[in-house]
Design a protein around this ligand. Sequence first.
Ligand SMILES: Nc1ncnc2c1ncn2[C@@H]1O[C@H](COP(=O)(O)OP(=O)(O)O)[C@@H](O)[C@H]1O
Ligand SMILES: [Mg+2]
Length: 244
Amino acid sequence: MSCKNVVIKLGGSLITDKSNPRTIKWDALKNAIDQIANYYSRFGPKIVIVHGGGSFGHYEVERIKKNKSFIDKISVSEIQESMLMLALAVLKLLVDSGIPALLHPAHTICNTNDAKSCNYTPIIRDLDNGFVPVTYGDAVFDSEGKIISGDDLSVEISNVINSDCLFFATDVEGVLDEKGKLIREINKNYKITIINKAEFDVTGGIIGKINKAFNSSSKNIRILSGEKLFNALIGENVGTKIIK
Ligand SMILES: Nc1ncnc2c1ncn2[C@@H]1O[C@H](COP(=O)(O)OP(=O)(O)O)[C@@H](O)[C@H]1O
Ligand SMILES: [Mg+2]
């Protein structure tokens, strides 16, 4: 079944080069957005886009944590500024591809780093008005700086809007086994092997993502390559399907 009401998370690994601070992978980002635009113009679904930080947010947080014991106020500003740069790039490509996207930084809709604390009214209103709302993992201030994860936002939004599809697009084919082979389906009992431990991800990485995904009420939940988004949207069995 093709998706009518979908949350798409564009992972930091897909849209940025995690090994270089503040570096966007323009080709991968454009490719992912072109597929979304193609599907959007043909089928007119409801779409919410969430993106991660990769070498923007995660890099800043890593740097700050080396020098400070907690995320202080100036650090919150630094992380928010960095994430907004990336968000504007994503927004620009969305708008250029003909998608009526509107941006809602998580720090304006969320009080804490708990995705349940966010006010999703602006996102619901956008969907009702025929827009494509966009939000992203971000720094929020709640006594001290905290990081709200794009994966958590995606799961929560999927539940709030009752989406039929929830897709986590990354730079890998899906969840891989120890030999690097794609695992087609994962249930709660599956033990995941971490392949490249060197890659930093301050909000839980692939294992965190899988565990969070089980909390979505969407029927079609997948972790997949950003290159296969159109296939997933039209209902093809690509990437790793999360089985609850
Ligand atoms: N077993 C595994 N299967 C898939 N990806 C893995 C695995 N182990 C580590 N990874 C790494 O996890 C990354 C995807 O998770 P994550 O970094 O959280 O994605 P995001 O881009 O959404 O932040 C991939 O880029 C990959 O390098
Ligand atoms: Mg991540």
